[in-house]
Design a protein around this ligand. Structure first.
Ligand code: ADP
Ligand code: MG
Ligand code: MG
Length: 886
């Protein structure tokens, strides 16, 4: 098996085998860019090594052969005492994992070749000893686990002895002394001398890179970024070029566009007389890349030329590492660069303008998660606000409120109408109520998969986690940060996108992108490049998508907003809120009715109220379909809680008041109490048990439609029956509904569809039968997920989901993104069997998954007609539906 590839043998499509770095080094080599020669050891070799703990057969020989040809090409042997070849040994996996794995520079130096290196560099002793001390430091730390601080202390010590703070002031003798100190540190920690044999150095470094794939931080990073654990890393062995040869040498990074805004221009940093790792380590201050024009115009112009070349070749933003050795430019790395959400849209638009990509490709270059980010409210930071701490942006949004340190206090203050930010070291399931009550959550510990982060994302609540500059003192109800003390009740603001924490209340405003969707910012007449790019890409997504996008909206106001955001109808209009507020009393009358007359009277009183709700919604959605779900939750949800009622009755009795009505209510609540309300008397079951309830709703819908049509509008109601598990349930409802509809609609021309939700597994599995009685299916994937897995969302998200995510049982919560294999399979079966029984059956989805990017792609692939989601997710769903179609 071939385990080693020369750079000239690879190309950018071989990332699986050569890793990203290796594949791109090969690509640049073949483009004729000045890449120092070298070779790549494949991820296959790494995997074989990790599986057995030994280098696979043949690897050593292949490395020897490629090393030999490298030595021949360079005209010097590895670590030769008189004229040494030095190499770097660099990790590089398929996906970039910045800073997670290891790289060792200057391999091949030892007590003898350090002299040869000096000669090679024209008698530059300082450079040679500087390179040697770097090797011992990097090799010690990454290959032999010597604590890095010890080397740093020794370096600081040497600088102090010299009376300086800059490493540039250390001369050859100082550095020689430092090498001695480093060697002592090395042998103290490893129990052996620093290896002098160049090939041994190389082999140990290669092993260390293999092993760094399983370093703890790399494992954690992969889990967070959902990078598969079994890919392995490639190893690149590259001839060294030196940026630390003097003032005419240096090293830097460059971006072909601004990765923050997408703006065109020259972005990057340069550091003279340094080796690559110094730029990242922040040892000295870098200068902006533009300065290189003044320092070394030839190299600068050459670099700009290569940057343009690479952009054109990769047709995307590239980032680049380069080194200049005595006026000669070397390219050491490139890749398609990471960027912010805003830059992603702006750059995609620019590349279309430049003719490098077409609009279909532009659609692939952005995604719904990025669009969602651009839609969160912004802090208006145009004045004096400075962040006092920065944690992890765990759940996006911008939230301000009074600081509280306990769940109970959060609930208390929130009940008084205050906005609160719950601050904890870390959260646990006991904090759940406080998290629900709070506007935002701030913790000093934990990352993107901590309890706080996972639960907050599930609730769509702003969260900053792991702000470790915060010293949180819960018993004293305060925290300190940057020398300031923040007490309970003080106001802070947290930005869940950037992870920044501010003292005081930072004002909030809608983002430009939301202003655009709202129609208050006109894309044709703005020079905001982001808004223009979003407009252009959204327009294309709309042209391309096959899925329609509807919204979940219960009120005319929501419906109108969703329509501005591009919704093509309502996929779920819940009717339960129409039973709340001052209508509760009517519902109580309905529930307490002793006789048919009592009940009919209550329903008759509800009818006009429901009708006027529907009229408003139909008007807002004039001409577009509106799916109305008949009442779904158990009726006792509309009654006061048992304990409260019991207390009221007792108190009233004490006072000698007449409690007949309260007692009746209390009896009803007791009677209707359910052990598992989620699986109890709700949905269609309710409609079949409470006579007249569904009939009243159907009548209200039909009458509202007729009203709107009579006033010259157009209403397209679709009546949706929830929680159906058997076709007989639906047939019963349907027979009654059809009678009412026929009677109400008369010759008004109104057409009413009747369909059902598919949210009980049995419904999915008998979809062929159910389709006989349904003109449409709407998948209620929230309930389908709950019932498919057999857990209740409210009970599990705070209780154990975080643990399941930690263990990798879930890659992502099945409530966030549809579980394709299980719940998704139910959807697929129902879609296929439903359509087989009734061609033309309309299929949609109205669970929260309708607004989740991954899930939208799945629904597209299953062939649904539409997805429905909350108004704010409508643009995200439009974009993803477009992406799914190209
Ligand atoms: P990372 O993946 O962490 O960026 P790299 O393998 O790219 O690690 O190497 C770390 C630094 O060392 C980079 O700045 C890189 O440019 C520099 N470097 C790597 N190989 C060489 C080499 N052969 N000659 C000079 N500098 C190098
Ligand atoms: Mg690099
Ligand atoms: Mg449901």
């Amino acid at each position: 098996q071939k385990y080693v590839y020369d750079f000239a043998e690879g190309n950018m499509d071989l990332k699986d085998l050569l890793g990203g770095k290796g594949a791109n080094l090969a690509e640049m080599t073949n483009l004729g860019l000045p890449v120092p020669p070298g070779f790549t050891i494949t991820t296959e070799a790494c995997k074989a090594y990790l599986a057995t703990g030994e280098e696979p057969a043949g690897l050593a020989e292949q490395i020897a052969a490629h090393l030999e040809s490298l030595e021949r090409e360079m005209g010097r042997p590895l670590g030769d005492p008189d004229d040494p070849l030095l190499v770097s040994v660099r990790s590089g996996a398929k996906f970039s994992m910045p800073g997670m794995m290891e790289t060792v520079l200057n391999v091949g130096l030892n007590d003898r070749s350090v002299v040869g290196l000096s000669t090679q560099a024209g008698g530059n002793d300082r450079f040679a000893w500087d390179s040697y001390r770097r090797l011992i430091q990097m090799f010690g730390k990454t290959v032999c686990d010597v604590p890095g601080e010890e080397f740093e202390h020794a370096l600081d010590e040497a600088k102090r002895a010299k009376g300086t703070t800059s490493d540039l002031d250390l001369d050859a003798d100082d550095l020689r002394g430092l090498v001695d100190a480093y060697k002592k540190i090395f042998s103290k920690h490893t129990g052996r001398e620093f290896p002098q044999e160049p090939r041994e150095q190389l082999d140990l470094a290669i092993r260390a890179v293999f092993e760094s794939w399983n370093a703890e931080r790399a494992v954690v990073y992969r889990r967070q970024e959902r990078i598969p654990a079994d890919l392995g890393t490639a190893v690149n062995v590259v001839a060294m070029v030196f940026g630390n040869l003097g003032p005419d040498s240096g090293t830097g990074v460059a971006f072909t566009r601004d990765p923050a805004s997408g703006a065109q221009g020259i972005y990057g940093d340069y550091l003279a007389n340094a080796q690559g790792e110094d730029v990242v380590a922040g040892i000295r201050n870098t200068v902006p890349l533009q300065e290189l024009e003044r320092i070394d115009k030839t190299s600068y112009d050459e670099l700009l030329g290569y940057m343009a070349r690479l952009e054109e070749h990769y047709r995307d933003l590239c980032d680049i590492e380069f080194t200049i050795e005595r006026g000669k430019l070397w390219m050491l790395q490139t890749r398609v660069g990471k960027r912010t959400a805003a830059a992603a849209f702006v750059i995609a638009g620019q590349l279309v303008d430049e003719g490098l990509i077409d609009l279909d490709e532009a659609l692939h270059r952005v995604n719904g998660a990025q669009l969602a980010q651009l839609m969160f409210p912004r802090f208006r930071l145009d004045h004096e606000f400075e962040p006092v701490a920065k944690g992890i942006g765990a759940s996006p949004g911008a939230a301000s409120g009074k600081v509280v340190f306990s769940s109970d206090r959060a609930v208390e203050l929130a009940a008084e109408g205050e906005s609160v930010i719950l601050v904890r070291r870390e959260t646990n399931p006991d904090d759940l109520n406080g998290m629900i009550a709070a506007k935002g959550i701030l913790t000093s510990r934990g990352g993107k998969t901590s309890h706080a982060a996972v639960v907050a994302r599930g609730m769509g609540k702003t969260c900053v986690s792991g702000a470790d500059d915060l010293d949180v003192n819960v018993p004293q109800r305060r925290f300190t940060v940057a020398g300031r003390t923040v007490n309970e009740g003080d106001v802070v603001s947290i930005d869940g996108t950037t992870g920044k924490v501010y003292l005081g209340e930072v004002p909030v405003m809608p983002s430009e992108v939301v202003q655009y969707f709202e129609g208050t910012l006109d894309a044709e007449n703005t020079d905001d490049p982001l808004v223009r790019a979003v407009h252009r890409i959204m327009t294309h997504a709309d042209q391309r998508r096959r899925l329609a996008v509807r919204t979940n909206a219960d009120t005319a106001a929501d419906a109108a907003r969703a329509r501005r955001f591009g919704a093509g109808g309502i996929g779920l209009c819940r009717t339960e809120h129409m039973f709340l507020g001052d209508r509760r009393e009517l519902v109580e009358r309905l529930i307490l009715a002793r006789t048919d007359q009592d009940r009919d009277a209550a329903l008759a009183a509800l009818l006009p109220l429901q009708r006027s709700d529907f009229v408003e919604i139909f008007r807002a959605m004039d001409g577009l379909p509106v799916t109305v779900r008949l009442i779904d939750p158990p009726l006792h949800e509309f009654l006061p809680p048992l304990e409260q009622l019991a207390v009221n009755v007792a108190v009233a009795q004490e006072r000698g008041e007449d409690v007949a009505k309260e007692e009746a209510l209390l009896a009803a609540v007791r009677r209707m109490h359910e052990q598992n309300p989620m699986l109890g008397l709700r949905g269609v079951r309710l409609g079949l048990v409470v006579p007249g309830l569904f009939a009243m709703q159907v009548r209200a819908i039909a009458e509202a439609a007729v009203t709107v049509v009579r006033e010259g509008g157009s209403a397209c109601p679709e009546i949706m029956v929830p929680l159906v598990g058997a076709v007989q349930e639906l047939e019963t409802v349907r027979t009654e509904a059809e009678k009412i509809i026929a009677e109400v609609v008369g010759d008004s021309g109104v057409e009413v569809l009747i369909g059902t939700m598919i949210e009980v597994p049995r419904a999915a599995l008998t979809a062929g039968q159910i389709a006989e009685a349904a003109e449409f299916f709407s998948f209620g994937t929230n309930d389908l997920t709950q019932m498919g897995w057999g857990f209740s969302r409210d009970d599990v998200e705070g209780a154990f989901f975080w643990r399941y995510l930690e263990l990798g049982i879930f890659g992502i919560s099945p409530f966030e993104s549809i579980d394709r294999e299980g719940v998704g399979r139910l959807v697929r079966i129902a879609a296929e069997e439903g359509r087989a029984a009734r061609p033309g059956l309309k299929l949609g989805v109205c669970g929260e998954h309708g607004g989740d990017p991954e899930s939208v792609h799945f629904f597209h692939s299953v062939g649904l007609d539409y997805v429905s989601c909350s108004p704010f997710r409508v643009p995200v769903a439009r974009l993803e539906a477009g992406r799914a179609a190209v």
